[in-house]
Every structure is written in structure tokens, then in C-alpha cells.
Design a protein around this ligand. Structure first.
Ligand code: FES
Length: 123
């Protein structure tokens, strides 16, 4: 049976209890900066490097997105699930790293592992 110690790609982030819903931690591991987010109790990790011009995307505003139905009614949805790059405003899905409007642009996304109340990211 493999353990956390056997996986040299896993890097400790923090105690899960110390990263509350809506919080983030930006850490450096394996030569990368990675942002780890708690979105309503689920943890996600994306690279802190924007595919536009290299901005520190994981340090940007966490927000939601506007959507409109066929009748033109606008609603604000997915609050806390969208990451906005602080340099020029590109927006990404925290869960997947995907850009909201450009299918070929995305942030690197990393697995998050929880064990014994600790949060690890696989880089
Ligand atoms: S560097 Fe991120 S939007 Fe331009």
C-alpha cells in the first residue's frame, strides 16, 4: 500500500482546517508557484502563472460570473468559483483552470490530496 511519503510529487500545503471556504494559499513547490483554493469545502489547485502574459493569476480576485437567459435576464452565478487575473482580468474556472471564453487557454491544474486533515498538492 502506498503512502503520502511514497509520492515525491506531493507537497504539503496546510492543515485543511486552516484553509476555510473562500480562502487560498499560494505556495512554492517543485519550482512552481501554485494557488490552492477552498471552494465551499472542496480544494482545488492551479498554477500561479497566467497564460496571457504570465501574471500572478492565483493571487487575483475570486469572484463569480454573469450569465443571461434567452429572455435577457442577467444573473450572477458560481460566486467563489472564478479566478480573475490581477493584470488584465482574464477569468478562469478554479476547478479546472479553463479560461471562461477561450478554449485553448488555461491555467495548469493540479490534484489536491487530503489526508489526516492535511492538504497536499501533487506537482
Ligand atoms: S497576464 Fe493575466 S490577464 Fe494578462
Amino acid at each position: 500500500m502506498s503512502t503520502i511519503q511514497d509520492d515525491d510529487r506531493l507537497h504539503y500545503v496546510t492543515r485543511a482546517a486552516d484553509l476555510k471556504p473562500g480562502d487560498r494559499a499560494v505556495i512554492e513547490c517543485a519550482g512552481r508557484e501554485v494557488g490552492v483554493f477552498n471552494v465551499d469545502g472542496t480544494f482545488y489547485a492551479v498554477g500561479n502563472y497566467c497564460p496571457h502574459m504570465g501574471g500572478p493569476c492565483a493571487e487575483g480576485l475570486v469572484t463569480g460570473m454573469f450569465d443571461a437567459d434567452e429572455a435577457g435576464n442577467v444573473s450572477f452565478e458560481r460566486d467563489g468559483e472564478i479566478l480573475c487575473c490581477p493584470w488584465h482580468g482574464w477569468q478562469f474556472d478554479i476547478e479546472t483552470g479553463d479560461h471562461l471564453g477561450h478554449s485553448k487557454k488555461r491555467l495548469l491544474a493540479f490534484d489536491v490530496v487530503l489526508e489526516d486533515g492535511d492538504v497536499y498538492v501533487r506537482v
